[in-house]
Design a protein around this ligand. Structure first.
Ligand SMILES: C[S@@+](CC[C@H](N)C(=O)[O-])C[C@H]1O[C@@H](n2cnc3c(N)ncnc32)[C@H](O)[C@@H]1O
Length: 271
């Protein structure tokens, strides 16, 4: 991969995902795309770049799937879920006393552990469940991870750190050849809609969210892209709505439309 090839790849990554690839990522990108090149039996990176520049829809989708980093886990950053249950739920109950409609968005949901954790935490905390219509929109750009998320099937080791009572209530163990698998129960799966959405493009959703999770996604974006994105999140949140971001992220110099509540939790100012 020549410097010229890498520069083209950086440009396509920015164009199609908003991901800003620094020079340090060259090795990683090399190994991920080399697999595509071998599979397609192409001669070199330059031919691969030509294919992307010809707007091959199929390959752009594979390219996007190859360059995204999808690391996630159930109840990652546990304090966010504790806060959701202890503090946010009080507001949700007040805001939706009459209509019962709670709307949460997991933006950059990867393989689904995050939206499932949100749905489980809310199920545990919202008493009198039947009166609430809780919906979690789970979106990602990467079609492979979305498929995994909507299937709701995980290796049993993924639940190693989840307390047994939670596992029993919300998951079902596979049998026979699937005994190393766990299946998310329908009571949780039915609360979530998985949809492909590129955060850099139009958002078709109408109506405001009560809570947005966008964790460990914007670390891959540059500051100008982050400014635009968080402004759009502020527009998509109800007044006083909550925003959760990743442990190494912050909104300093990015947005002044949120008040920090500490530990990467923010609240949109009251309109
Ligand atoms: C590291 S994962 C974070 C998963 C989860 N939010 C968490 O914190 O555990 C980042 C996710 O952001 C997604 N992503 C990256 N760029 C995106 C974009 N432009 N639009 C939507 N999703 C994007 C990636 O596909 C990836 O699944």
């Amino acid at each position: 991969m020549t410097d010229g090839d890498f520069a083209r790849i950086q440009k396509y990554a920015m164009e199609h995902t908003g991901i800003s690839l620094s020079g340090q990522k060259k090795e990683m990108i090399y190994s991920r795309l080399a697999k595509r090149i071998r599979l397609l039996k192409l001669e070199d990176f330059s031919t691969y770049c030509d294919l992307l520049s010809d707007h091959s829809e199929q390959e752009i989708s594979n390219f996007v799937n190859a360059i995204t980093t999808n690391l996630t886990s159930f109840f990652r950053e546990e304090h966010h879920f504790e806060f959701l249950k202890e503090t946010v739920v009080r507001d949700l109950k007040e805001w939706h006393q009459t209509d019962g409609k709670v709307r949460v968005w997991s933006a950059g949901c990867s393989t689904g552990e995050e939206p499932y954790s949100i749905a489980i935490a809310l199920s545990e905390a919202m008493l009198n469940g039947a009166q609430w219509d809780i919906k979690v929109l789970a979106t990602d750009l990467d079609t492979c991870v979305l498929k995994h998320g909507s299937d709701g099937v995980y290796d049993v080791e993924r639940l190693e750190d989840v307390p047994e009572r939670r596992v029993r209530r919300f998951f079902r163990h596979g049998r026979k050849e699937n005994s190393n698998k766990v299946y998310v129960k329908d009571c949780v799966r039915n609360m979530i809609s998985f949809k492909q959405l590129n955060l850099m493009k139009d958002w078709p959703m109408r109506g405001k969210f009560d809570v947005i999770f966008c964790r460990n996604v914007v670390i891959y974006f540059d500051k100008p892209t982050q400014r635009i994105l968080f402004d759009r999140y502020a527009n998509a949140l109800r007044s006083g709505g909550y925003l959760f971001i990743g442990h190494s992220e912050n909104l300093n110099g990015v947005s002044d439309r949120f008040e920090s509540l500490g530990r990467t939790i923010y609240r949109k100012g009251l309109d």
